[in-house]
Structure formats: structure tokens, C-alpha cells
Design a protein around this ligand. Structure first.
Ligand code: GLV
Length: 327
């Protein structure tokens, strides 16, 4: 097909091969880093389609830079808070994302953070490696039990549900809150109970965030919400950093308002709020929720398939703004 495509960050090879198998021109960002905004705008100029990463700002500025031939931006992520959907809709540009394929892998990582925060895994490992360990001690590294505890899920969508499902083996009680107010049949079957946000914060031993980043969820967890949590509770975030007021979290962790936190995402990635990484009671990961080899390959395949479908005039498997296709 006569098509000119840009890939703004290197993705697993299967995705690139799919694009190269069908398009006569595919240019991939050769750097092992994100493009600067100026590089991004320059790279997408004159393309028919663009395969993006989650930090690329897909808005009027990008659409102007891409030019009138551009039909599709295929985001290689499930989240699309980097996209101005109203602008895309106005211009009839299709936006796609990569849902479903990363649900279970991201839920696995939420659990890695639950376990790591509860049982002080990183702190203990750092202690041992430092050469300070002089043998088993009955008072060393007391953490919190996960089994039998209460898991509070904020955002009862795909990943929140998959995270809750994993709690069965730990004999946990599940509470969930979803702003839609909709009951979640699977969580109800697991014995989960839908509650208000305040009750979830007050009752949960582990609060796990699974909401998209929107104007409504920005700083959804701030000083007041942290103060409602138990002093023995842990906050887990595998969604988007700005859902938490990170400065308020640094204070809450430092003052032991809550016991710990497990974070895969940050408010101003890759910058981290000063003081956060000085704390022992937080585990910080570099946004690796979906980072298993198998899942990243599936995301690459889905993003490429979405992009190719639009260029061929077909319906992409996972459009974010299907209303554009239905016009
Ligand atoms: C990762 O954060 C994603 O949205 O896929």
C-alpha cells in the first residue's frame, strides 16, 4: 500500500514488521528515548498515519503538524489521556488504543506492588545487599498481612476487576468504588461490595487505583483522602500519576498517615516529586505495568493492526472514537 507512516518510539519487532509488510514507507524513531515535542512534530509531518507512545501529545498542534493526509493516530497504550479527543473528532481523525491485551499483566503488577509494599520487599532487599544483615531476627521488617485483608478497588473496569479477581487466593474482602455508580457483576460474584469512596478509603487495607486520568480523576487522592485511610493501609497506583496529589502523598508517607505505597506511575513522569524516593515506605517502579515481553508484543501488534485497518479503509479493532468511523 502507498502509505507513509511514523512510529514515534521503537516497539517490539512484530509491530514494525506488520507495518513494513503493508506500507511502502515506515520510519521509526531510532533513539532509545522519547522524542522531544519539536522532534515529534517534525517526525509526523506529511504522514498518513502515526503510531504513538503515551507521552506524545496528540492535539491540534500535532494534527496541524501531521497535515491533511493523516487519518489515524494509533496509541500504543490503553490510556489515552494524551489525546485531545474533541480535536480529533472535529477533524475526523481516528484514534485507537490497546485495551484488553494488557489487562492481566497490569493486574499482575498491581499485585507485585501490593506484596512489595505490605511485606517491605524492596526495603529488605536493599538492607541485605548493603551488608548490614547479621542474621534472622524476630523484630526485623514487620510488615502487614495480605491474606484476610480488605482490598479496595477504585475504578471497577477491566484492570480493577482483574486485580480484584486475584484476591480470591488471599481470602480477602473486596470493596469497590466506580464513579459510574454501575454495579460490577464479576466483582459482586466474588463477594465484592460496592461502596462510596469515603467508606472504601476508611475500610480498606490496600487501596488500588484503576481509573483513567480525566478532569474528574485528577488529584482524586489528596491530603483529605489520605487522611481518611487507615494508618496501616497501603496505596497502590498502576493507573496514571496525576490521579494522586504526589506532594500530599510524600507528606502522608513521611508522617505515617498511611503505612506505605506502591507506585508504577508518577505525576510528572519521568520527574519524581522531591522527597518521595528518600522514603523507605514506598516502592517506585518506572511505569512498567504492561511490560512483559508477551504483552508488549501484543500491544505492538494491536497498535499496528489498528493503524493499518484505518489506512485500508477498514474498521480498526479498538477505536477510541468510533463516532468518527460511523460518519
Ligand atoms: C500504560 O500505561 C498504558 O496506558 O497502556
Amino acid at each position: 500500500m502507498k502509505a507513509n507512516v511514523a512510529v514515534t518510539r521503537r516497539i517490539p519487532r512484530n509491530g514494525i514488521e506488520l507495518l513494513r509488510g503493508e506500507c511502502d514507507r515506515v520510519e521509526v524513531n531510532p533513539n532509545e528515548r522519547s522524542l522531544t515535542q519539536a522532534e515529534f512534530l517534525a517526525m509526523i509531518a506529511g504522514r498518513d498515519g502515526v503510531l504513538t507512545e503515551l507521552i506524545n501529545r496528540i492535539d491540534d498542534e500535532a494534527f496541524d503538524a501531521a497535515g491533511p493526509r493523516c487519518k489515524v493516530f494509533a496509541n500504543c497504550a490503553v490510556g489515552f489521556n494524551n489525546v485531545d479527543l474533541a480535536a480529533a473528532n472535529r477533524r475526523g481523525i481516528v484514534i485507537t488504543n490497546t485495551p484488553d491485551v494488557l489487562t492481566e499483566t497490569t493486574a499482575d503488577l498491581a499485585w507485585a506492588l501490593i506484596m512489595a509494599s505490605a511485606r517491605r520487599i524492596v526495603e529488605s532487599d536493599t538492607f541485605l545487599r548493603s551488608g548490614q544483615w547479621d542474621g534472622w531476627g524476630p523484630m526485623q521488617f514487620h510488615g502487614h498481612d495480605v491474606h484476610g485483608a480488605t482490598l479496595g478497588i477504585i475504578g471497577a473496569g477491566r484492570i480493577g476487576t482483574a486485580t480484584a479477581r486475584r484476591s480470591i487466593g488471599f481470602d480477602m474482602k473486596v470493596l469497590y468504588y466506580d464513579a459510574s455508580g454501575m454495579a460490577n457483576a464479576e466483582l459482586d460474584r466474588l463477594g465484592g461490595r460496592q461502596v462510596g469512596l469515603d467508606e472504601l478509603l476508611a475500610e480498606s487495607d490496600f487501596v488500588s487505583l484503576h481509573v483513567p486520568l480525566t478532569d474528574q480523576t485528577h488529584h482524586m487522592i489528596g491530603q483529605a483522602e489520605l487522611a481518611r485511610m487507615k494508618p496501616t493501609a497501603h496505596l497502590i497506583n498502576t493507573s496514571r500519576g496525576p490521579v494522586i496529589d504526589e506532594a500530599a502523598l510524600v507528606s502522608a508517607l513521611g508522617d505515617h498517615v498511611i503505612a506505605g505505597a506502591g507506585l508504577d506511575v508518577f505525576e510528572k513522569e519521568p520527574a519524581i516529586t522531591p522527597g518521595l524516593t528518600d522514603l523507605d515506605n514506598v516502592v517506585c517502579l518506572p511505569h512498567i505495568g504492561s511490560a512483559s515481553g508477551a504483552t508488549r508484543a501484543k500491544m505492538a501488534e494491536l497498535a499496528a493492526t489498528n493503524l493499518l485497518a484505518v489506512l485500508k479503509g477498514q474498521r480498526p479493532p479498538t477505536p477510541v472514537n468510533p463516532e468518527v468511523l460511523d460518519r
